[in-house]
Design a protein around this ligand. Structure first.
Ligand code: ADP
Length: 260
């Protein structure tokens, strides 16, 4: 800028670029990228559905014929043969569970209900009644503080809380004690499920939310490794986040947020 002797501006010089075309180009690129992302997301959803749904039928055939062989040729099979069949039956059962889990996972998006007002205290009552058998068997104690009414998919909230509480009971050491609390940050509700179980090393805090990722074999703790992946998908469908704080041997607390 050039000024006169009193410091008043006289003229301004500079270079001017017309960036309209550049902006248009970038906009087109973004739209295209978005379209591609949407397409691959839909392909993935479809893939998960087809994989889990259509593979169940041939698997059913494999397991029913295995059971037929087991019954019909029981006296002809030696111990080794019987053992092989037992492993094959177990394998097909496990695969059936995994496919079922994958199907449930893919249905979070496709079969979700519209959000409505959901009383989380009622959700908890539903969960306690669904889990009444395992609560009785393990003498689990479920403490709960008053929970909020949130805007969410009721069925998915039941599933989310049930998965977290079920894990708290499953990965317990001694009598399971589960505490459910909540807090309000103004623009979101945070709900937590705390247990007194075996705990988790911090290096696994991200991994456990991935599909089929487990830290133990099915011979120690039953399960398919899909429960927390389902929890994550439900929470993210509601625009929230899920995370864990834990120390091995000292229990874990799972938190999830639901925006208001
Ligand atoms: P599953 O319970 O079928 O194994 P999840 O996806 O629910 O699958 O959990 C994944 C893994 O995270 C579990 O196998 C376990 O190793 C770990 N985990 C989950 N919840 C807890 C918990 N409350 N305490 C300790 N470990 C847990």
């Amino acid at each position: 800028m050039t000024r006169d002797e009193n410091g008043h501006p006289l003229k301004v010089s500079g270079v001017c670029f017309d960036v309209t075309d550049m902006k248009e180009g970038a906009k087109k690129d973004l739209v295209k990228l978005n379209e591609n992302l949407l397409r691959s997301n839909n392909d993935l959803k479809q893939f998960a559905y087809i994989a889990s749904h259509d593979l169940q039928e041939p698997l059913r055939m494999v397991s029913s014929f295995l059971q037929l062989i087991e019954k019909k040729f029981d006296d002809k099979l030696d111990n080794e043969g019987k053992e092989y069949i037992k492993y094959a039956v177990e394998g097909s059962k496990r695969m059936y569970e995994l496919l079922n889990g994958l199907l449930a996972y893919s249905r979070i998006e496709t079969k979700g209900d519209k959000p409505r007002e959901v009383d989380m205290n009622e959700v908890l009552n539903n969960v306690k009644s669904n889990l009444s058998l395992v609560i009785k068997e393990t003498n689990a104690i479920i403490y709960s503080k008053p929970l909020p009414v949130i805007f969410a998919d009721n069925e998915q909230m039941i599933r989310l809380m049930q998965n977290l509480i079920e894990n708290g009971i499953k990965f317990s050491k001694g009598v399971p004690q589960i505490t459910i609390s909540s807090s309000d940050t103004g623009d979101q509700n945070i709900i937590s499920v705390k247990d007194n179980g075996i705990g988790i090393e911090s290096k696994y805090f991200e991994r456990i939310f991935k599909i089929f990722q487990r830290l133990h074999g099915p011979e120690n703790y039953k399960g398919t490794g899909i429960g927390l992946a389902i929890c994550k998908r439900i929470v993210e469908r509601h625009g929230g986040k899920i995370f864990v704080e834990s120390e091995p041997g000292k229990g874990s607390t799972f938190y999830f947020t639901i925006p208001k």
